[in-house]
Design a protein around this ligand. Structure first.
Ligand code: SF4
Length: 321
């Protein structure tokens, strides 16, 4: 079921992101390969998949930190896939990212005040708005105090640093934020606090998140809809509760069997995937999952399954459906 166009904030159409191969330059690494989906305003679209499935590359491409090799990315109706220069810079106000490791992305030589000042300097907004007031507002939003402004990143805890990362992402009032493993580097208790903060901010500021995590529990906790990626392809997309009730793709089934269950599913057997994830520079023919799929048949080795809507809002790429 197609959502109303006014509800769609971002739409990816046949997006491919290929990199030059390190060993064999004639074999590109197909990190993201023909991916299409949409993100609805105000939702958290979670993405799961094993390491190397292309989820971070896709996230970075959606906000044009990377340029797609092919395809279109519409943000509020404008195709941003080919934007350059001033137009690209202007677009960046609407789409921001929170990275995994807050220590690595905060300049250790700058105070928190200087770090939070950066977005306004880059976009030459210092004369346009009361930056000092906005910085105080940002600090309050993420639960920190004015005295933190004179501190350096190494004087803050991991959770406080990630709060600064969030404040910086919010500075220009974006519509969409890519959360790229945003809580993965934090202790479990701090993870919960930062996840709660992200949820509160989403409600308060009417944000939309593209939430990437290798941690299925985390993605399940925060997402309205979930996309499952395997080797550069989106193989299943559904609302959180649809997917919890019924997953169709054999890869999703295996992946989600790792989440501890409650109720009638408690004690359900974990499905162990055999074999390694194949190389994205030389992916298997047909369905990319066929080398590890217990349900594979002849057709699966030859024909690429399309992502089809098999129930309202539930999309699956598998020849079984
Ligand atoms: Fe398995 Fe075939 Fe479905 Fe791929 S298309 S997931 S190989 S059954």
């Amino acid at each position: 079921m197609e959502p109303a166009l006014t509800d769609v904030l971002m739409k990816a159409e046949h997006v491919k992101v290929y990199f030059k191969g390190k060993r064999r330059r004639d074999l590109p690494v197909k990190a993201v390969d023909d991916v299409s989906f949409h993100i609805i305003k105000g939702e958290t679209f979670g993405v799961v998949g094993e390491s190397g499935c292309g989820k971070s590359t896709l996230g970075r491409t959606l906000i044009r930190l990377l340029t797609p090799t092919e395809g279109h990315i519409y943000l509020d109706g404008t195709d941003i896939a080919g934007l350059k220069g001033a137009e690209l810079k202007e677009m960046r106000k609407k789409a921001q990212i929170i990275f995994q490791d807050p220590s690595a992305c905060l300049n250790p030589r700058r105070t928190i005040r200087e770090i939070l000042m950066e977005p306004f300097e880059i976009h030459q907004m210092k004369g346009e708005i009361d930056v000092e007031a906005r910085i105080l507002e940002l600090l309050k939003l993420v639960g920190l105090d004015e005295y933190h402004l004179s501190r350096y990143p190494h004087e803050l805890s991991g959770g406080q640093k990630q709060r600064i990362g969030i404040a910086r992402a919010l500075a220009l009032k974006p519509d969409i934020i890519i959360c790229d493993e945003a809580v993965s580097a934090l202790d479990v208790s701090v993870q919960a606090q930062v996840l709660n903060l992200l949820q509160e901010l989403k409600q308060k500021l009417k944000l939309t998140y593209f939430f990437i995590s290798h941690n299925l529990n985390v993605v399940y906790q925060v997402s309205d809809r979930v996309g499952v990626m395997y080797l550069g392809k989106m193989v299943e997309i559904a609302a959180y509760d649809q997917l919890y009730e019924k997953r169709y793709h054999p890869y999703t089934e295996a992946l989600l069997s790792a989440i501890p269950k409650v109720g009638k599913e408690a004690g359900a057997e974990r499905i162990h995937l055999e074999g390694e994830v194949p190389s994205p520079s030389n992916p298997p023919s047909g369905c990319r999952f066929h080398t590890r799929c217990k349900k594979a048949c002849e057709r699966c080795t030859q024909e690429i399954p399309e992502l089809k809507e098999i129930e309202p809002g539930h999309f699956v790429a598998c020849h079984l459906y």
